[in-house]
Design a protein around this ligand. Structure first.
Ligand code: PAF
Length: 283
């Protein structure tokens, strides 16, 4: 398995693929790979001549230093996992200096307001960091197709906007959420949960499923109130937000419209670990 530690070595290697117009798939990650990441990698590997998997814990998208420091870093294990499932993958694992060249800061990016909803409200600057790194990585890899999980649904919409606004020649492919048997959405952060907390966290998806059922007959406000009240009674977790929003604009649903797609979004803390999830409500 080829592992490139600098962008110049990677760019040099990719030249022959790009010159011959062979499709290059790209799966950007921050490592600590789980089955959700592996599904993205398999999807890309099947549909492209070559797949680049980047493993880079991007400092500029963390608004909390402790979260950045505690983010799991498991490069050797990640390389093994990719090796086991992909024969046409290569890995890009650069250093912060190689990427940011001494200026480790995010550009301020406009995403037509999407950046101020939900995650944007609660993690100021987060999407500037995501936009900055994804743009840099797209410029290095020049992928034909790039794969992102729907667990970070707002991030997926942000990346689509970034591509549109900057006229970047890449197809952004959104892939369904992978879940543990309990229904808990797979996340690298789950590694930090104790067994008991993992069990408690199963309530997140159960609640989303009930919210979806209720949304068939009740208003968005009634559903939201029910979720907020029921989770506030749960001592194992702290609800940060629950929101029912238009899937495209991510604006809060005030009144349901027949031709619109809605999603419920949630963020909770369990044992000080922040978990997010979402569910499509009407498709
Ligand atoms: O979803 C992630 O892991 C990160 O936000 C990404 C897209 C790799 C950018 O650092």
């Amino acid at each position: 398995m080829l592992v490139f530690k600098t962008k110049s070595l990677l760019i040099n290697y990719l030249k022959s693929f790009l010159d011959l117009n062979k499709p290059v798939g790209f799966v950007p990650t921050m490592g600590a790979l789980h089955d959700g990441h592996l599904a993205l990698i398999k999807n890309s590997s099947k549909n492209n001549k070559l797949t680049v998997v980047s493993i880079f814990v991007n400092p500029t998208q963390f608004n909390n230093l402790e979260d950045l420091e505690k983010y799991p870093r498991t490069l050797e294990k990640d390389i093994e996992k990719i090796k086991n499932i992909c024969s046409n993958c290569i890995i890009f694992a650069p250093s912060v200096d190689d990427i940011y060249e001494g200026k480790t800061c995010a550009a301020s990016i406009e995403f037509d307001g999407i950046e101020f909803e939900m995650e944007g409200k609660h993690r100021p600057g987060h999407f500037d960091g995501v936009g900055t790194i994804v743009k840099k990585l797209f410029e290095i890899v020049k992928p034909t197709n790039a794969y992102f999980g729907e667990k970070d649904f707002q991030q997926l919409q942000i990346v689509k906007k970034l591509v549109l606004k900057n006229k970047i020649d890449v197809t952004v492919v959104g892939c369904p959420i992978y879940r543990e048997k309990s229904g808990l959405a797979m996340s690298s952060r789950n590694e930090r949960l104790s067994i008991e907390s993992k069990e408690s966290a199963a309530v997140i998806y159960k609640t989303l499923q009930i919210a979806k059922e209720k949304f068939g007959t009740k208003s968005a406000q009634e559903v939201s109130l029910w979720v907020i009240n029921s989770l506030n009674k749960n001592k194992d977790l702290k609800l940060e937000y629950f929101e029912i929003a238009d899937e495209n604009t991510l604006k809060t649903c005030v009144r349901k419209a027949k031709n619109k797609k809605y999603r419920a979004f949630i963020a909770v803390y369990i044992e000080n670990i922040r978990l997010i999830d979402n569910i499509s409500l009407n498709n």
